[in-house]
Design a protein around this ligand. Structure first.
Ligand SMILES: [Zn+2]
Ligand SMILES: [Zn+2]
Length: 277
């Protein structure tokens, strides 16, 4: 059975009318995993033909707001669309439980309204949080998961995931600069999904707060060098900063191609790649 990776949201923290926030769907055989839950995640998930109750797990790379802002929507919609108490499994770094507890507290009025209104709904959301401390390996359904620490400091800890099924493998890096953990995840992976920035363009922006992002994101060139060093099959670039304009996609791709001879895809929302057989 193959792995299909679909970029649900390819935006960055700045609102973009054409790009949802960071989120990726990985379907490993019959196992469905949601990686991060950025702005508009459920709209794009529905477009991919998947509803929250069809997810086996949510995996969070880190707790930056742009990667978790719609986790509340995943939790609420999973709850109201299931016919019986059904756990939603959320994996993430330490403090994930704190985030989930705060979301549940925020939703307390909604819970009370719906419990009062629906005779057949008499339970609260069942959330099982699994805080991970890499290096770790785990099994979720048909997917073998490798979790490694990445480097997005001062955001700590952050986690990248490698998802394996049969002979197929996909590395979901999240926000990180090149590091040893990232290399482990990427080793001979069929697909390497990396959030990327254009250092040359970001340096032109006369705003210190935006230039700060240079500290802890992979440039498009660094992503390509990581891809080449680890002999991945396809480099799938997402979460571009500045936001990727269609007319610029070829320029971004060419900058990566100078360092990496494999396939390079500049993702839009709902770009999908299937590997393995
Ligand atoms: Zn981040
Ligand atoms: Zn981010």
């Amino acid at each position: 059975m193959p792995i299909t990776v679909t970029t649900l949201g390819t935006g960055n923290p700045l609102p973009d009318p054409n790009r949802a926030g960071p989120s990726t769907l990985v379907e490993a055989g019959g196992t469905r995993l949601l990686l991060d839950a950025g702005r508009g995640v459920l709209m794009r998930l529905a477009a991919a033909g998947v509803l929250p109750m069809m997810l086996d797990a949510v995996l969070l790379t880190h707790l930056h707001s742009d990667h978790i802002t719609d986790l509340n929507d995943v939790i609420t919609t999973h709850w109201v669309m299931t016919g019986q108490p059904t756990p939603l499994h959320i994996y993430g770094p330490p403090r994930t439980q704190e985030i989930v507890d705060a979301i549940l507290a925020m939703l307390a009025p909604d819970f009370s309204y719906r419990l009062a209104h629906h005779d057949d709904l008499n339970w609260l959301p069942v959330i099982e949080v699994h805080e991970l401390t890499p290096p770790m390996e785990l099994q979720i359904g048909e997917a073998r998961i490798v979790a490694r620490s990445t480097d997005h400091r001062p955001v700590e800890p952050t986690i990248g995931y490698r998802i394996e099924h049969g002979t197929a493998s996909v590395a979901i890096a999240g926000d990180t600069v090149p590091c040893a953990g990232l290399d482990e995840l990427c080793a001979s992976a069929d697909v390497y999904v990396q959030t990327v920035i254009r250092e040359d363009l970001v340096r032109l922006i006369p705003n210190g707060r935006i230039r700060d992002i240079l500290d802890y994101h992979s440039s498009i060139e660094q992503a390509a060098v990581t891809a080449a060093r680890n002999k991945v099959g396809t480099l799938l670039c997402t979460h571009c900063v500045p936001s990727l304009q269609p007319a610029m996609a070829e320029e971004w791709r060419a900058m990566a191609a100078a360092h990496f001879g494999g396939a390079i895809v500049m993702a839009d929302d709902l770009t999908s790649i299937t590997v393995g057989s």
